[in-house]
Design a protein around this ligand. Sequence first.
Ligand SMILES: NC(=O)c1ccc[n+]([C@@H]2O[C@H](COP(=O)([O-])OP(=O)(O)OC[C@H]3O[C@@H](n4cnc5c(N)ncnc54)[C@H](O)[C@@H]3O)[C@@H](O)[C@H]2O)c1
Length: 370
Amino acid sequence: MKIGVPRERKTLEKRVAITPDGAQDLVRRGHGVLIETRAGEGAAFSDEEYRSAGAKIVDSLEAVWTQSEMVVKVKEPHELEYQYFRPGLFLFDYLHLASMPEVAKALVDGGVTGIAYELVMDKQGRLPLLEPMSEIAGKLSVLNGSFYLLSQNQGRGVLLSGAVGVPRAQVTIVGAGISGRAACEIAFGMGAHVSIFDINTQKLEHLRAEFGNQITTAFSTPAALGRALETTDLLIGAVLVPGAAAPKVISREMISRMPNGSVFVDISIDQGGCAETSRPTSLDEPTYLENGVVHYGVCNMPAQTARTSTMALTNATLPYIVRLAEKGPIEAMKNDAVIRGALNTHKGKLTNAKVSEAVGIDYSPIDEVL
Ligand SMILES: NC(=O)c1ccc[n+]([C@@H]2O[C@H](COP(=O)([O-])OP(=O)(O)OC[C@H]3O[C@@H](n4cnc5c(N)ncnc54)[C@H](O)[C@@H]3O)[C@@H](O)[C@H]2O)c1
């Protein structure tokens, strides 16, 4: 199969969908790999490394899209790429269509078969292609948050660890899944006091077992969360209902109870954000002030560590790219429930009920369109 990898077009998105090692593995299995020139530059992978791995370097976005049977990307397609959509083309990447109605419409109108990384769910109920980026975004949420807490960055001038004779900062995390756990690890490691909220007590139990009673775990109710926010320096939103728009668990009223100059990093922003005050921002203008709270809403946080993220992403996606390429995507979807569950669009139809609810495009069950 001919597999194409374009250079990412989202603002400051420096990741690339595959490492040279990943490309070499696909070539070794008999597939053709087309890489747009300079696609790996932002992650410090040169065209020469891809060439040595057996990939073909092509000189334009158009060449990648028109010469490939399956395009593999990191982020959702950029509007520049819509013109290359056609029936029979397979696209495998993070789609997050519940918060991107215009991308959903373009894929449906173009007849593209769109398979979403973030909806690949294995038999244990885990999301193996979302996990590595969630782990990285969770870790970065504390680094980014602590940066915006600095006095010169509109923050309230608080050091997470505190100092001798000065209390440590309060970090509150909503969502105790992959990104919430990773945020907890870093915030705890940096010496902050961490409180973590979820509605799934099993998740809280795991964190309690891992970090002991040095962190606070709490069942998430609006009342308990609202009280906690009154003394929170750094709030991290890390909730997810797979496929659906993020639940708005944090109201504007709760945000208004946070101290002036406190910081809110909403990792869930790629699914629409988990607060009434959330809106997407970009890496070149990551923050805005709302009710005196610095809001950070970047949808591609792992792009900041492009090399680490590209390697982690390839480790996770490669086995699935191989499955799609070996069997052919249609056969893979017919026979492989894990891949079928991640199908979002096919033959001009939208095949995910939660996405359909979020974007207002009619839903067609997968079995009817395959
Ligand atoms: N912004 C970025 O750059 C970036 C990068 C990677 C992942 N993400 C996003 O981060 C979000 C979290 O991903 P994850 O992998 O950590 O998810 P996860 O499934 O591992 O964890 C989500 C947690 O949210 C909890 N939850 C669900 N509804 C809740 C509610 N109403 N109140 C409290 N808790 C609730 C779940 O019980 C679960 O523990 C997703 O939207 C994901 O796409 C964003």
